[in-house]
Design a binder for this molecule. Structure first.
Ligand SMILES: *[C@@H]1O[C@H](CO)[C@@H](O)[C@H](O)[C@H]1NC(C)=O
Ligand SMILES: [Zn+2]
Length: 577
C-alpha cells in the first residue's frame, strides 16, 4: 500500500515537473560564444529559457531546482541544445531608427543600384512590363524609392523631362523618392496634376530651371505639394509583412519606427490586438503640423496580445539631409556657397512643441542632421532640462530626449549634448554611405564633428549610443551597420582613408557596437529592464549567428547568416541546431 502510494506520488511529481518545465530549454556554446551584453559574465557557456523568459545564464546547464534534485533519476532529461563550433548567440538585435512601411514600399521597385538616369528609366520600364495592370493603364501612378544622383555621372539632380524621352513612360504619373526620402523626382504628368505651384515653400525647395520653370524635383517640405494617391489597407499590410519577414531573417527582434502617422498607429494597434507583431515595435508618432498634436496619438505601453507594441515617443523634424543639400548648417555649404540648407520648422515652433510634449510625458525624438539643426534643438533641450524658462529643472533620466542622426555637430555642441544627457541615436551606415562626398559638402574642419560616434559615446553620461539603419535609406541587415560601426569601411573594404577606415578614431569597438544594437536601443525605448541583454528575468529575445561576429575578420561579418531568431522564447525564424 505504502509502496503504491509513494510511487503514485512520485509519478505525480514527475508529471508536475514536466508540466512546469516542458517549455524549458538550455542552449550551450562550449566556446563561451554566448555574448550577454552584461558587465558581469559578458560571455557565458549556457543560457536557459523557460516560457518567454531567461531563467539561467552560466557556465553549466542549471541544476534541478531545490527538491526536484531528489527525483533526478526519474525526471525527463533536460532539453539541451549545443551550438555548432564557430557560431555565436547574441541578444535580439534592435534597429533604433527605421521606417517599416516605407521599407516594404521600397522593396517593390528598387532604384538604389542605378548608376545613371538611363538605368533608372530601364528599371521603371522593366517594372511596367512586369505589371500588365499598370502597363495597360496610363493613369496608374508609378512610385519608387532609392535614386541617388551622387552616384551618377555629373551628380546633378534629374528632371521631369527625363521620363518624356521614353515611349513607355511618357505621359504617366511617376513619383520617385530620393534614397534619403528628402527629395522627390516627378514626371510631367504629376506636375500637371499638382497644378499651379507657389513661388516658394517654407522649409522646402521647388527646384527650377534658368527660366524659373519647375524641373520636377521637390525637396523636403515641397514634397507635400505632390498629390500622391492614398495607400489602401491591403497595400500597407503587404508592405508591413514584407519588412517583418526581412527583419526576422536578419535577427531584428525590435524596431523603433521613426515616423508613424495616426493611421499607421491604428494599423499597428490592430496588428498587435490580433497577435500579428512578430517582433517588438517602438513607434515615434508623427503628425505634420505646427499646432500641438499630442492629443491626436494614443499612448500605448506593452500593448496587444503579446505586449509587443509601445507608443510613447514622438518624432519631430528640424532639417533635411546632406545628400540633397537640405541639412541646415551654421555656415554655407563648402560645395554650394550660396546655401546653408533648409530648416523645415522654425526654432520657435520646435520650442513650443517640444516643451508641450515634454510636459505631457512624451519622449521627443528630433531629426537633426546639420550643425545648425543640432544647435537649435540643443538650445531648446538646454532651456527645458535646466528649467531656465520654467524655474524647474526636468529629470532627463525620466524624459530621455533623443536627437535622431546627430550627424554634424560643432565641438561645443558635442560637449553640450554630453552635459545635458541627451541621447544621440545614430546610423553607422550613413557614415559609410556619405563618406565619399561628405567632406566635399562640409570642408575639412566641420567634418571632424560629423558622424563622430566614438566621441558621442564617450561623452554620453549614461554611456549609451543606440544604433539604427534608417532603413529603407539603408538596408535592413543590422550586421551591415555593425560592420560599418566597427570598420568605417564600405562593404567592398574601401574608404577615402584606405583600409584603416574613414576617420578611424571614430570607430566603435565590437562590444560597443553590439551594445548599441541591443541594450542601448532598449534604454532609448525605456525597455532596458526587459530586453537588450541576456540576464535572468529578461525576455528571451536572442539570435543565433553562424559566425562569431565578435572575433572574425571585418569582411566576414558581412557574410554572417542568422541561424535562428527567437522572440519571447519562441522560434520566429530559422531553426535551433
Ligand atoms: C525660453 O525663453 C526664451 C526667451 O523668451 C525663448 O526664446 C525660448 O524659446 C524659450 N525656450 C523654450 C524651450 O520654450
Ligand atoms: Zn529616418
Amino acid at each position: 500500500m505504502a509502496v503504491w502510494f509513494l510511487s503514485s506520488l512520485g509519478l505525480a511529481f514527475v508529471w508536475l515537473y514536466d508540466l512546469i518545465h516542458s517549455a524549458e530549454y538550455t542552449i550551450c556554446s562550449p566556446e563561451s560564444n554566448i555574448y550577454t551584453v552584461e558587465d558581469v559574465l559578458p560571455r557565458a557557456k549556457c543560457i536557459t529559457i523557460s516560457g518567454s523568459l531567461i531563467t539561467a545564464v552560466g557556465d553549466t546547464p542549471p541544476a534541478r531546482p531545490g527538491v526536484w534534485s531528489l527525483l533526478e533519476p526519474y525526471l525527463p532529461a533536460p532539453k539541451v541544445i549545443t551550438l555548432p563550433a564557430g557560431s555565436a548567440l547574441v541578444p535580439g538585435l534592435a534597429d533604433a531608427h527605421a521606417h517599416i512601411i516605407e521599407n516594404g514600399f521600397k522593396m517593390q521597385l528598387q532604384l538604389e543600384h542605378a548608376k545613371s538616369v538611363d538605368e533608372v528609366l530601364e528599371l521603371l520600364k522593366a517594372y511596367v512590363r512586369a505589371h500588365p495592370d499598370i502597363e495597360s493603364d496610363h493613369t496608374r501612378w508609378i512610385e519608387g524609392l532609392g535614386w541617388d544622383q551622387t552616384k551618377w555621372p555629373g551628380a546633378q539632380f534629374p528632371s521631369a523631362a527625363d521620363f518624356e524621352q521614353d515611349p513607355v513612360l511618357v505621359g504617366r504619373p511617376i513619383a520617385l523618392r530620393r534614397v534619403d526620402v528628402h527629395a522627390m523626382w516627378v514626371s510631367q504628368r504629376v506636375l500637371e496634376l499638382t497644378g499651379p505651384l507657389p513661388e516658394s515653400v517654407e522649409g522646402g525647395i521647388i527646384i527650377r530651371d534658368a527660366d524659373n520653370k519647375p524641373t520636377g524635383v521637390f525637396v523636403d517640405n515641397a514634397m507635400d505639394l505632390i498629390p500622391l494617391p492614398k495607400r489602401s489597407d491591403e497595400v500597407v499590410k503587404e508592405y508591413f509583412e514584407t519588412t517583418m519577414r526581412e527583419a526576422l531573417k536578419y535577427g531584428l527582434t525590435s524596431v523603433h519606427d521613426a515616423d508613424s502617422n495616426p493611421s499607421d498607429i491604428e494599423f499597428y494597434k490592430r496588428q498587435a490586438e490580433d497577435g500579428n507583431l512578430p517582433i517588438r515595435l517602438y513607434l515615434m508618432g508623427n503628425v505634420q503640423s505646427e499646432e500641438y498634436w499630442g492629443s491626436k496619438i494614443q499612448r500605448l505601453v506593452n500593448y496587444g496580445k503579446d505586449g509587443r507594441l509601445n507608443v510613447r515617443s514622438v518624432k519631430l523634424f528640424t532639417d533635411g539631409a546632406l545628400g540633397s543639400w537640405g541639412a541646415a548648417l551654421l555656415e554655407p555649404y563648402s560645395d554650394k556657397p550660396d546655401t546653408t540648407g533648409i530648416m523645415r520648422s522654425s526654432a520657435k515652433v520646435l520650442a513650443s512643441l517640444i516643451s508641450q510634449f515634454q510636459k505631457d510625458g512624451w519622449q521627443t525624438n528630433v531629426h537633426c542632421i546639420g550643425d545648425k539643426a543640432n544647435h537649435v534643438v540643443l538650445d531648446i533641450y538646454d532651456d527645458i532640462i535646466t528649467g531656465r524658462n520654467e524655474s524647474e529643472a526636468v529629470n532627463v533620466e525620466a524624459w530621455r530626449p533623443r536627437i535622431e542622426h546627430a550627424q554634424i555637430m560643432t565641438p561645443e555642441d558635442l560637449a553640450r549634448m554630453a552635459r545635458l544627457g541627451v541621447i544621440a541615436s545614430v546610423q553607422p551606415t550613413h557614415a559609410t554611405s556619405d563618406m565619399w562626398y561628405a567632406e566635399t559638402r562640409l570642408g575639412s574642419s566641420r567634418i571632424k564633428g560629423a558622424y563622430a560616434y566614438q566621441t558621442l559615446l564617450q561623452a554620453s553620461p549614461h554611456n549609451v549610443l543606440p544604433l539604427g539603419s534608417d532603413f529603407p535609406v539603408e538596408g535592413v541587415n543590422p550586421l551591415v551597420g555593425f560592420y560599418a560601426a566597427v570598420s568605417r569601411l564600405s562593404v567592398d573594404g574601401t574608404s577615402p582613408h584606405g583600409q584603416t577606415g574613414w576617420y578611424s578614431n571614430e570607430r566603435l569597438s565590437r562590444a560597443q557596437a553590439l551594445k548599441g544594437m541591443t541594450l542601448d536601443a532598449a534604454y532609448a525605448s525605456f525597455m532596458e529592464h526587459e530586453i537588450g541583454s541576456l540576464r535572468i528575468g529578461k525576455k528571451a529575445d536572442f539570435v543565433v549567428l553562424d559566425k562569431d561576429i565578435m572575433s572574425i575578420e571585418f569582411g566576414e561579418i558581412l557574410s554572417t547568416k542568422v541561424l535562428a531568431t527567437v522572440v519571447d522564447g519562441r522560434l520566429a525564424y530559422g531553426a535551433l541546431p
